[in-house]
Design a protein around this ligand. Structure first.
Ligand code: ADP
Ligand code: F6P
Length: 319
């Protein structure tokens, strides 16, 4: 292994820059050459490749987004596009690749491995929707943004005596809603993994009001959706004015939290070590604060399960 490449792919996540920095510096420390591939798999197809040295990753650890930019590439999924990507890797004499992204990016990485390219995946997505790892890069930063938003909404909600629905991202995973809901003291949390009962939520709001609560926050995961319909129904059932905030892309940007920077640095180092040791075809992750790695395909088959105990706790705390 003489030269490795690194790219970021799919939805960007705060902390991706810290991961790029770790990959580049740990590789150089170990005597490897490093190139960066811009705009994920699309940039790979187009040969958008740049040399990376120690200073190329300076001044980025604290920045959200990704210095290498990102993309969702339909072309990479076609045979023609995929073959072009393989040719570019050969042309630039890239012996190994680090892919920083979510499950879609990992599926692409698995295909590259099958075609003889030693590849390692680093999990980075705000959704925290990968089953094999406790946490993904970006999740805790997104949580921080959402929790700050809950605080702001709570101020105005209390001033007016309203219910506020806050919709957060996460695709089909309810982790952002669950963890942010718990941290922000939400009265109700609605996630795709657990059925909800509108009457129970309404009763909870009315009970709170009767004991002097001035506001209620309902955290809604985008995987359940329909926030405006829910607001109408809740308003009808509770007699309380109900407003909606969809946080959207605000929660994908911003300076990464220290935890995300540490996680990204540890993942980046492990990814390079695996490539150096000829142990490719894997994804790195974290389980109980221990850095782990496992076969990409096996990792992708592990379903993400919601922490039901944590959900139950949020219900108890919102009585
Ligand atoms: P994320 O990595 O954040 O989950 P996507 O699901 O959009 O984001 O995946 C990122 C990119 O990975 C896609 O645009 C595509 O180029 C590539 N990709 C996704 N699924 C596959 C697949 N089954 N085979 C090959 N490449 C894939
Ligand atoms: O996967 C990250 C994510 O932000 C999801 O939470 C959201 O559903 C999706 O990406 C949005 O995708 P796009 O950036 O393509 O609009």
């Amino acid at each position: 292994m003489k030269k490795i490449g690194v790219l970021t792919s799919g939805g960007d996540a705060p902390g991706m820059n810290a991961a790029i920095r770790a990959v580049v510096r740990v590789a150089i420390y170990n005597g490897l050459e490093v190139v960066g591939i811009k705009r994920g798999y699309q940039g790979l197809i187009e040969g958008d490749v740049i040399n990376m040295d120690v200073s190329s990753v300076g001044d980025i650890i604290h920045r959200g987004g990704t210095k290498l930019r990102s993309a969702r590439s339909l072309e990479f999924k076609t045979e023609k596009g995929f073959n072009r990507a393989i040719n570019v890797l050969k042309t630039f004499k890239i012996d190994g690749l680090v892919v920083i992204g979510g499950d879609g990016s990992f599926r692409g990485a698995a295909k590259l491995c099958e075609n003889g390219i030693p590849t390692i995946g680093i999990p980075a997505t705000i959704d925290n929707d990968l089953g094999y790892t406790d946490y993904t890069i970006g999740f805790f930063t997104a949580l921080m943004t959402v929790v700050n938003a809950i605080g702001n909404v709570r101020d105005t909600s209390t001033a007016h005596g309203r219910t506020n629905i806050i919709e957060v991202m996460g695709r089909n995973c309810g982790d952002i809603a669950l963890y942010a809901g718990l941290s922000g003291g939400a009265e109700s949390i609605i996630i795709p993994e657990i059925d909800f009962d509108i009457d129970e939520i309404s009763e909870n709001i009315i009970r709170g009001k009767n004991r002097g609560k001035l506001s209620s926050i309902v955290l809604l995961a985008e995987g359940v959706g329909k926030p405006y319909e829910l607001a109408e129904e809740l308003e009808l059932k509770t007699g309380t004015k109900t407003r909606v905030s969809v946080i959207g892309y605000l929660q994908r940007g911003g300076t990464p939290t220290p935890y995300d920077r540490v996680l990204a640095s540890r993942f980046g180092a492990e990814a390079v070590n695996l490539l150096i040791n000829g142990d490719a075809g894997k994804v790195v992750g974290i389980k109980g604060n221990k850095i782990i790695s496992l076969n990409i395909k096996e990792a992708l088959e592990i379903p993400r399960e919601i922490d039901e105990d944590l959900y139950k706790l949020t219900q108890i705390l919102a009585i």
